[in-house]
Design a protein around this ligand. Structure first.
Ligand code: SF4
Length: 214
């Protein structure tokens, strides 16, 4: 695990990320807060591309909790059975849809605690929804951010909550909102798990990783 990069390095890194991609976007398709919650819940151990393929038709007919309940669990399964763990995920989506209808008037709550109380919604999912839908500067630490944070020194930590805190504490506030997308995209396309592309990495000179590739 690298040490924590200092303030000046963090400013420079995020200035470069911003210059390269001023408005980074998540890659999970959704049409409202509810479909974002469902898409993120479906995305555990699945690719965004695979989830988008499954939800393209699903969200045309079930873009609210009530419509999802009307579709029913078996109907939902027909749309998502190409996604890993689909039976469990279908159960969670039906349960959370019922709670949203019964307890929240069909709306998605916007506190981390309320989101995390929904079946199938963990801290990471709640942070994705807070960030992407409400533009709150939450850091949803996934496998990519965990790897990039620890290799580079942007957000070192032994577990995801420690990395989340390190990013919150050290990324200058003006960059906080987009930090999570910049880091996900950097991990997905450059700082890859098996063979990071250090030779073309735009933060190579600042990164603290000791085993950089050429
Ligand atoms: S230099 Fe290499 S290890 Fe460091 S952030 Fe870039 S790709 Fe990752």
């Amino acid at each position: 695990m690298a040490g924590q990069l200092d303030y000046h390095a963090m400013c420079e890194i995020f200035t470069r990320f911003q210059a390269a991609e001023p408005e980074p976007m998540g890659e999970l398709d959704h049409v409202n807060a509810y479909t974002l919650v469902v898409a993120v819940a479906l995305s555990a151990q699945a690719t965004d591309v695979g989830v988008n393929r499954a939800t393209r038709d699903l969200f045309k007919i079930a873009d609210t909790p009530q419509k999802m309940l009307d579709l029913g669990e078996e109907g939902l399964i027909q749309h998502i059975k190409t996604i890993g763990l689909y039976r469990n995920k279908a159960k969670h989506v039906m349960k959370l849809s019922r709670i949203l209808v019964e307890d929240y008037g069909g709306c998605v709550p916007n506190s981390r605690a309320a989101l995390q109380s929904l079946p199938g919604v963990g801290r990471k999912t709640a942070n994705v929804v807070l960030n992407m839908w409400w533009h709150y500067p939450a850091q949803a630490v996934d496998t990519h951010i965990f790897r990039v944070g620890n290799r580079s020194g942007i957000g070192p930590g032994r577990d995801v909550v420690a990395v989340e805190r390190a990013i919150e504490d050290n990324v200058p506030v003006g960059f906080q909102r987009h930090a999570h997308h910049w880091l996900i995209l950097h991990g997905r396309y450059t700082c890859k798990a098996r063979k990071p592309a250090c030779g073309t990495c735009l933060i190579r000179d600042l990164c603290l990783f000791e085993d950089k590739t050429l």
